[in-house]
Ligand binder design. Structure first.
Ligand SMILES: CC(=O)SCCNC(=O)CCNC(=O)[C@H](O)C(C)(C)COP(=O)(O)OP(=O)(O)OC[C@H]1O[C@@H](n2cnc3c(N)ncnc32)[C@H](O)[C@@H]1OP(=O)(O)O
Ligand SMILES: O=CC(=O)O
Ligand SMILES: [Mg+2]
Length: 567
């Protein structure tokens, strides 16, 4: 965190380089004339109103998460709530799907950088999910730059000049429909203070985007509906209820019809799989489906069972969608969504194109095809692609199966999934735990964090896409194996994971990373800082809820100087 001098504080104010803020709002992010067009007094007032109205509801929901954690840590298991059986068994449906997003067979995702947005909107996918979450390092520059870029994208004025390649990027006539994913409830926005407290990150992301784009979006993209959102990392339907109230408030304040805003909720925590009907019910006027956020779901399995040594995960690479608990989650999600008349979206295969090796590239593509075929045959209405190079193959798989139908909501009911039980959804994953698993987690976790600390939230590592969710799996798996002194198998030696062993692994992997990235990049990068944070996180006596909360402190930079005293 930068410490600023009083002199620079006054000189910045004097020459008028300060944001014009409403009462009760303080901006401590660096001044930028482009950001000031987003951080207008009216837009900030809109965010501040949401913050004042929902602050206590959010605090309560986060307290409830802590209480649930205590229950699980004392041996409890997540399960269906008897008190809401009437919702699960009731005959109700969500509002009809807006025509603009009836067909979502391939959705590309990516962070909110300017070139990335243009490439994603031009990619041929039906939807682009612009990500302020797993794929974005939430630095002030990334967040506010992202808002500028999205405004220009919605207004169709966005362009990008790649000077090195002398290439200009512009939007095609036909573009993907835009969804925006704000951060989860847990992340603060420490560059914006409202009534003396850091703002809630997702209300900043949602509020600024909605305020500036609502009307243009409905006109240009939404065919009278929208804007559209993805909502991450919920653990309970009470969190969906807050979002529903935020949406209603935003609709009222902007004078648009109730039910205009639509959102797909990611089911990516273990507790939420038992709340899918309840989540859709709370958002029934604003819902456009659920999505299998498989990577955070695996992370959440470890987190939820952090005090259950009988439920340790095998190597990360072995926890795929064909494990019984993962398949059950996807099947129940499809059944639930289709019963309620909305999309059941599949998740992200981690493979990305491998440019310099055609054989390996074809093998990676084949894995993606196989994963997508499983999804479409199971009844998913669409799925995610991490990279434009995967879109034709994924499109082909979905189109071969679905034909001209926009989706499978009314044709694949999956009534068989009604018999899935709590045991099915919690079943222990099978497979070995190996030294290579421990090494891979460490190597990938440190490199991801090093990228995140320097502003990049999604990276290609060893031919796979890595983002905050996959890095979390690496972290919590190492923590779990260390905590319970897991005996590694696969090498026939039965080595136990101890602090000493882990220390050696970290040293080896740092040497390997330096060799792989080269000395210069290693020296200039944040690998040592990343290693410190990752090691600390893996060896804590109690598991931290989120890696990014700890790491966030390293990317908060307060301006003008002297304003840090609030922290
Ligand atoms: C668990 C979850 O939450 S999954 C969802 C969150 N994660 C994501 O969204 C990850 C999205 N994917 C990515 O960020 C990227 O694909 C990465 C980081 C994995 C790889 O990116 P790169 O190393 O740039 O890939 P590569 O060099 O092959 O890119 C080739 C071109 O495709 C573009 N591209 C790659 N991925 C994307 C994307 N997701 N959206 C738009 N364009 C993309 C690049 O910008 C580049 O464009 P250019 O040729 O005009 O310069
Ligand atoms: O957000 C998606 C996930 O898999 O996590
Ligand atoms: Mg996720």
């Amino acid at each position: 965190m930068e410490i600023c001098t009083a002199q620079s504080f006054f000189s910045e104010r004097k020459i008028g380089m300060a944001y014009d803020v409403p009462e009760g709002v303080d901006i401590m992010g660096k001044y930028d004339a482009e950001f000031a067009k987003i951080l207008t007094k009216d837009a900030l007032q809109f965010v501040a109103d949401l913050q004042s109205e929902f602050r206590n509801h959010i605090k309560y929901a986060l307290e409830c998460r802590k209480e649930a954690k205590i229950r699980y840590n004392n041996g409890g298991l997540p399960g269906f709530d008897p008190a809401t059986k009437y919702i699960r068994e009731g005959e109700w449906v969500c509002a009809a799907v807006p025509p603009a997003v009836a067909d979502r067979r391939v959705e590309i995702t990516g962070p909110v950088g300017r070139k990335m947005i243009i490439n994603a909107l031009n990619s041929g996918a039906k939807v682009f999910m612009a990500d302020f979450e797993d794929a974005l390092s939430p630095s002030w520059e990334n967040l506010m730059g992202g808002q500028v870029n999205l405004r220009d994208a919605v207004n169709r004025t966005i362009s990008f000049h790649d000077k090195a390649r002398n290439r200009v990027y512009k939007l095609n006539d036909q573009t993907a429909k835009l969804f925006v994913r704000p951060r989860g409830w847990h992340l603060p926005e420490s560059h914006i203070f409202i009534d003396g407290e850091p703002a809630t990150g997702c209300l900043v992301d949602f509020g600024l985007y909605f305020f500036h784009n609502c009307m243009a979006f409905r006109r240009t993209q939404g065919e009278g509906f929208g804007p559209f959102f993805y909502l991450p990392k919920m653990e309970h339907s009470r969190e969906a209820k807050i979002w529903n109230n935020v949406f209603e408030r935003a609709e009222k304040l902007s004078g648009i019809e109730k039910g205009s805003i639509r959102a797909t909720v990611l089911i990516e925590t273990l507790p939420a799989v038992f709340q899918m009907d309840e989540i859709l019910y709370e958002l029934r006027d604003h819902s456009v489906g659920l999505n299998c956020g498989r990577w955070d779901y695996i992370f959440s399995y470890v987190k939820t069972f952090q005090a259950h040594p009988d439920r340790l995960l095998p190597d990360r690479v072995l926890v795929g969608m064909t494990q019984h608990f993962m398949r059950s989650y996807s099947d129940l999600l499809i059944r639930t969504c289709h019963k309620r008349g909305v999309h059941a979206m599949g998740g992200m295969a981690a493979q990305i194109p491998i440019r310099d090796n055609p054989v390996a590239n074809e093998a990676a593509l084949e894995l993606v095809r196989k994963d997508k075929l499983r999804e479409v045959k199971a009844g998913h209405d669409g799925t995610w692609a991490a990279h434009p190079g995967l879109i034709p193959a994924i499109m082909e798989v979905f189109t071969n199966s679905m034909g001209n139908k926009a989706n499978q909501i009314h044709t694949v009911k999956r009534e068989d999934a009604v018999n899935l039980t709590e045991e099915d959804l919690l079943q222990r994953p099978r497979g070995v735990r190996t030294m290579e698993g421990l090494r891979h987690n460490t190597r990938v976790g440190i490199q991801y964090l090093a990228a995140w600390l320097t502003g990049t939230g999604s990276v290609p590592l060893y031919n796979l896409m890595e983002d905050a969710a996959t890095a979390e799996i690496s972290r919590v798996q190492n923590w779990q194996w260390l905590k319970y002194g897991v005996e590694l198998d696969g090498d026939g030696l039965g080595v136990k994971v101890t602090l000493e062993l882990f220390g050696r692994v970290v040293e080896d992997e740092m040497t390997r990373i330096e060799r792989e990235v080269g000395q210069e990049k290693f020296k200039k990068g944040m690998y040592k800082e990343a290693c410190k944070i990752f090691t600390r996180q893996c060896t804590k006596p109690m598991l931290d809820d989120f890696l990014t909360l700890d790491a966030y402190n390293h990317i908060v930079n307060h301006y003008p100087k002297g304003s840090s005293s609030r922290l």
